[in-house]
Design a protein around this ligand. Sequence first.
Ligand SMILES: Nc1ncnc2c1ncn2[C@@H]1O[C@H](COP(=O)(O)OP(=O)(O)OP(=O)(O)O)[C@@H](O)[C@H]1O
Length: 219
Amino acid sequence: MLELTDITAGYDRNTPVIRGISLSVAPGEAVGLLGPSGCGKSTLARVAALLHHPDAGTLVVDGTPVRRWRHRAPREQRTAFGVVFQQARLSADPRLALTDLIAEPLRATGRRAGIADRVRELAATVGLTTDLLGRRPHEVSDGQLQRACLARALVLRPRWLVCDEMTAMLDASTTAALVRVVEDYRAATGAGLLAVGHDRVLLDRWCDRTVEWAALARS
Ligand SMILES: Nc1ncnc2c1ncn2[C@@H]1O[C@H](COP(=O)(O)OP(=O)(O)OP(=O)(O)O)[C@@H](O)[C@H]1O
């Protein structure tokens, strides 16, 4: 279970951008989070994925309260999450070939055995051909780069996926392909999903339930 309770967070302690927000995702559940631009969806998603320290409130992941965020979070908690952001180019090191980008979390956690096989397997899963794997981010399209970022998010086999506007920059066929990859992964592993977006039709089709930000902010 992913349980966010009474979360207050922002970028300046005196003026939080989200206040007293609670949201839970059950194991294996897919929850869509819908709301207008700037309301704080990404901030909440980053708190949930241990990437942003809240000013107040609690986060409990699979029964264990989170006490530290970002690089201070215990590895076991950090690696339970796979995260994909809207802007692949901002989340990809421009110096890394796609193969190294996908392998980054394996190297960062010292899991060096079988890296090449795992990258090949995931590249096929997300629909990246071998010739693309040696290219760097500026040598591939936004859709190809996002495929690599999704592969990177799955490489440690996370129990939780946070997709923050993952498909907002993509065409319909790439969107459908990436959603399918996430859903196949969830069907195989039972991972839970928090999917942030603007597109109600997509989120309703993709997720078990869609939550409106306005309802969260009222409750
Ligand atoms: N790094 C930052 N520093 C300061 N303010 C920020 C930062 N990131 C976001 N904000 C502000 O926090 C508020 C919430 O931003 P957030 O990105 O969480 O909203 P959002 O609902 O995800 O928006 P969008 O749908 O446009 O992505 C906005 O007013 C934004 O300007």
